[in-house]
Design a protein around this ligand. Structure first.
Ligand code: C2E
Ligand code: MG
Ligand code: MG
Length: 466
């Protein structure tokens, strides 16, 4: 066959996989070897060696062929694993590889007719769906994929839970060619991440503007620390019975000239995805420790400081070591520092961060479970983790006066705290009636606009004096 003759004349010599020079002599067996070699090369070029799925090059080729040749509609599902980096960073690259292989097999098992799965890169997969019926049916299909991740993955001795985020875009409704189809499914996937992951989103053209806004914020955030645009505000934490300040919570603020006010939560989330949370979080922690040290020097020796900590800090930065270094530099006793983590963080990465939390506990730092009750409340956390404080989520406090249900739940949280010897803090108290309720139900502490909004360092100190 002409093709082989051509290759034969072009490739009389080549290096085998051991680096040894091979020469073609032109016998029949050599041609067979060459054929094998050619198909091996083809496989290497078009398939991913880890998962054995077709790779990005295959995807581009298949999409181009399909769209140009048939012009038929085609859908792309962009599938990206949530917090996969944590597995790689915290467990090991080897386990990360195993996980990717198992994930590939799990998605493959769900492939319908007309579907093909590609490894796009890292923890990203693309599923092309050729004979889809409607956007609704695509969403249902995506939900099936999400469901399939409910069961854990067995990696060596441990069970790992991981969730995907999915974005859907379809040709020709959302994109004019294959490249755009992938790009737009990626944008939709990011929207799923914004919603907290483990969900799917269908592309919509307004998302393009959001992406460019996000890039702008990201760019500005990179220089925010160096440009002194960040500050820390402090909100008093108050004893319910005595109405005395018992400590403060440190809350990040970003004053960014030219950018209209961006909610702190969004800033944190962008800082998390870019990894900027590591230096920013470290800076907040140091500022907060210096602040409370100053408060102690003014004579308010019992006050403590709470600092919010993100999962990315816990998994990526030898966090316990950073904390003890800061305490040492500032000369602050660990007993005066409390770290706040949210439940959603635990749900995803309980096993991963448990040892880090225990290391922190050994240094003598206490831990609060923030926004308690809002997410997935697993009481098991309270049993296994060194938690000392529960912060009742503001959404319960909001309706505590009107809604019987919220009252009941709040009562139960207070009761759990009491039984387990945990301190219970109510978040977001704004009205007298709410505070009265907390007084009667023996909640320990509260924070909220009714006492004070988060304020700058100087104002926080004058609050203490008054
Ligand atoms: P959070 O830790 O639950 O903090 C409480 C939030 O509720 C703060 O919002 C605070 O200003 C607000 N708040 C307090 N009392 C009231 C009230 O009576 N009414 C209302 N409507 N709101 C009240 P903020 O400062 O916007 O922070 C939002 C979230 O961003 C925080 O929730 C925390 O999860 C995160 N965050 C803030 N600073 C940091 C930080 O330095 N590091 C990390 N990782 N996360 C941070
Ligand atoms: Mg907090
Ligand atoms: Mg909270």
């Amino acid at each position: 066959n002409g093709q082989y003759i051509w290759i034969w004349s072009r490739a009389r010599t080549w290096y085998d996989k051991y680096g040894k020079l091979q020469r073609i002599l032109g016998t029949h067996t050599d041609i067979t070897a060459l054929r094998e070699y050619q198909s091996q090369l083809h496989h290497q070029a078009y398939f991913d060696s880890l998962t054995n799925l077709p790779n990005r090059l295959s995807l581009n080729r298949d999409l181009e062929e399909y769209i140009v040749v048939t012009g038929h509609p085609i859908a792309a599902l962009f599938i990206d694993l949530d917090n996969f980096k944590n597995v790689n960073d915290f467990m090991s690259h080897n386990l990360g590889d195993q996980l990717l292989q198992q994930v590939s097999r799990r998605i493959e098992a769900l492939l319908d007719e007309g579907c093909s799965l590609y490894r796009f890169g890292g923890d990203e997969f693309i599923l092309l769906y050729r004979q889809w019926k409607s956007l609704d049916s695509l969403e249902e299909y995506a939900v099936q994929i999400l469901e399939s991740f409910k069961a854990p993955f067995a990696l060596n001795d441990s069970l790992v839970y991981i969730t995907p985020s999915i974005g859907i875009a379809v040709y020709p409704d959302h994109a004019s060619d294959g490249d755009e189809l992938i790009k737009h499914s990626d944008i939709a996937m990011y929207r799923s991440k914004d919603k907290g992951g483990n969900c799917c989103t269908v592309f919509d053209p307004t998302m393009i503007q959001d992406v460019s806004d996000r890039l702008k914020i990201e760019g500005r955030l990179r220089t925010a620390l160096a440009n002194n645009e960040l500050t820390v505000f402090y909100q008093p934490e108050v004893a319910v019975q005595t109405n005395q300040i018992t400590g403060f919570e440190a809350l990040l603020r970003w004053n960014s000239p030219g950018l209209e006010e961006i909610p702190v939560q969004r800033v944190i989330e962008i800082a998390e995805t870019t990894g900027l949370i590591v230096p920013i979080g470290r800076w907040v922690l140091e500022q907060a420790c210096r602040f409370i040290k100053q408060v102690h020097e003014l004579g308010y020796k019992d006050l403590s400081i709470s600092v919010n900590v993100s999962i990315v800090q816990l998994t990526r930065s030898q966090f316990a070591q950073t904390v003890s270094q800061i305490l040492q530099d500032v000369g602050l006793d660990a007993a005066h520092l409390r770290l706040e983590i949210t439940e959603s963080v635990l749900m995803e990465s309980y096993e991963i961060i448990r040892s880090e939390l225990e290391a922190l506990n050994e240094i003598g730092i206490s831990m609060a479970l923030d926004d308690f009750g809002k997410g997935y409340s697993s009481l098991a956390y309270l049993k296994f983790l060194p938690i000392t404080t529960l912060k009742i989520d503001k959404s319960f406090i909001d309706d505590i006066v009107k809604e019987q249900k919220d009252r009941l739940l709040t009562d139960q949280i207070i009761a759990i705290g009491e039984k387990l010897g945990l301190s219970v803090v109510a978040e977001g108290v704004e009205m007298d009636e709410q505070l009265e309720y907390l007084v009667h139900h023996r909640c320990d502490k509260y924070q909220g606009f009714i006492f004070s909004r988060p304020v700058c360092q100087e104002q926080a100190i004058s609050l203490l004096h008054s």
